[in-house]
Design a protein around this ligand. Structure first.
Ligand code: ATP
Ligand code: MG
Length: 415
């Protein structure tokens, strides 16, 4: 277990001990119990307790009321180390399709029943080493099933984010979705638009970055969620054949990938100019970061380098390969060549060429700067860019080696 997880586990244990010593019920809850039972390392540990928020705050020195209206208090154990402690609760009615209008504090059993899926609805008592399972989570874990707790139609109607969570857990864990739960999910797909784009993006990001991304996208497609999430692709007549090509590319990278890579691969079957415009439009609408948008756009625009790199001048090649996302571009190119041709000969050759250049050959310090041009009597303006780019290209091509040579060249060409 890595040190941050060990520290979180220790703190989660201490939190439960202190709450219990003060006469409250307290357990580890939800995702961490699921992960422990699966033998996975939990991302984080959450605690559920009968103690009310003010009682939790009294017992711990450093706390933050992160979700006061839901009864969630963060206990801070050190830098970057917090445990969320939530009072057992039942959720009231949901009128916005996402969050309960009000919550009432209740029992452990009620708290289990307000959770989304049976495998996420268990508690664990670390002192007694005992699982508390009011919802049949252990059986579903053993069967490999995602099953809504209670009436699936109602549970999806309450909170539409659960539509995406069901698919994310199913694909990530390699589980099936219980028939009734899946039927209810498919009936509810139209209402996914009630979830904020930020939350949708956060779910999609987790799906796409994970090695199980092909299964996630398959399930988004077969459930009918895909066109609701990517209306731009419907408008572009994105069809099953195009999806299959993209899935082949996506599937050739078995490891975790960055989100921008995944988006570029998803659009692998769309013509480059259109794909660039689509990836920017989709990610902008989903409020992705500017870095993600720029990276996805860059990957799409250079994704065919492996096909025609031999004909490219050295400077053009070096400019692309010096980019910080070049390694991702190679992954994308390799996945594409393998999906199309079953091998990656062209990409391997290009990779060898890339590796043969030292970092200073690939991206050397510029021979000339704008300040030099001013010193030499050129006035700032459009010509600056032309001079600097031309000198840079000649430097990358190995035709200019020193500042003196560059100066002589500039004075000759732009006298
Ligand atoms: P992950 O490994 O992705 O963190 P998780 O199951 O821990 O998975 P969280 O979003 O951290 O997911 O939520 C913690 C727990 O809170 C869940 O296991 C589940 O019991 C409950 N929960 C989270 N989101 C919902 C929801 N939308 N509806 C009902 N219960 C939820
Ligand atoms: Mg979690």
């Amino acid at each position: 277990m890595n040190p941050p997880t060990r520290d979180a586990r220790l703190l989660a244990m201490q939190v439960v001990e202190r709450l219990t010593a003060a006469g409250h019920q307290a357990y580890w809850a939800g995702g961490c119990v699921r992960d422990l039972l699966l033998g996975h390392i939990p991302k984080d540990f959450d605690v559920a307790t009968s103690a009310k928020p003010p009682e939790v705050q009294k017992l711990f020195r450093r706390t933050v009321a992160v979700g006061a209206s839901f009864g969630v208090i963060s206990v801070i154990g050190g830098p970057g180390l917090t445990i969320e402690v939530a009072t057992f609760r039942s959720d009231g009615t949901y009128s916005d399709g996402r969050r309960p209008d009000q919550v009432t504090f209740s029992s452990a059993e009620e708290d289990a029943k307000r959770r989304d899926f049976t495998i996420n609805g268990m508690f664990f008592d670390p002192a007694k080493d005992e699982v508390l399972d009011y919802v049949g989570g252990r059986e579903d874990l053993a069967r490999g099933l995602i099953r809504a707790i209670g009436d699936p139609a109602l549970r999806f109607r309450e909170d539409k984010l659960r539509l995406l969570r069901a698919i994310r857990f199913a694909s990530r864990l390699g589980f099936g979705i219980d028939d009734e739960t899946y039927a209810a999910l498919c009936r509810e797909v139209d209402s996914i638009t009630l979830v904020s784009v930020e939350r949708i993006l956060a779910e999609l990001r987790q799906m796409i970055e994970h090695p199980s991304r092909v299964r996630s996208i398959e399930m988004l497609w077969s459930s009918g969620l895909f066109p609701r999430i990517y209306p731009e692709l419907v408008a572009a007549s994105y069809d099953r054949r195009q999806l299959d090509h993209s899935l082949a590319v996506l599937g050739f990278s078995q490891h975790a990938v960055c989100f921008a890579w995944g988006m570029a691969a998803l659009l692998a079957s769309i013509e480059t100019t259109q794909a660039r415009s689509l990836v920017r439009t989709i990610l902008h609408r989903q409020r992705a970061s500017n870095d993600d948008i720029a990276k996805a756009d860059w990957l799409v625009s250079h994704r065919d380098l492996w096909r025609d790199w031999v004909a490219k001048p050295t400077h053009a090649l070096k400019r692309v390969l010096a980019h910080p996302a070049a390694a991702d571009l190679f992954d994308l190119a390799e996945a594409t060549e393998r999906a199309e041709l079953g091998l990656a000969d062209q990409v391997d050759q290009l990779r060898r060429q890339w590796g043969a250049w030292t970092p200073s050959e690939l991206d050397p310090e510029p021979l000339v700067t704008g300040k030099d041009l001013l010193d030499w009597g050129y006035s700032a303006g459009r010509i600056f860019k032309e001079i600097l780019e031309t000198v840079r290209d000649k430097q990358l091509d190995g035709e200019l080696d020193s500042r003196d040579e560059a100066e002589a060249f500039i004075r000759r060409r732009w006298c």
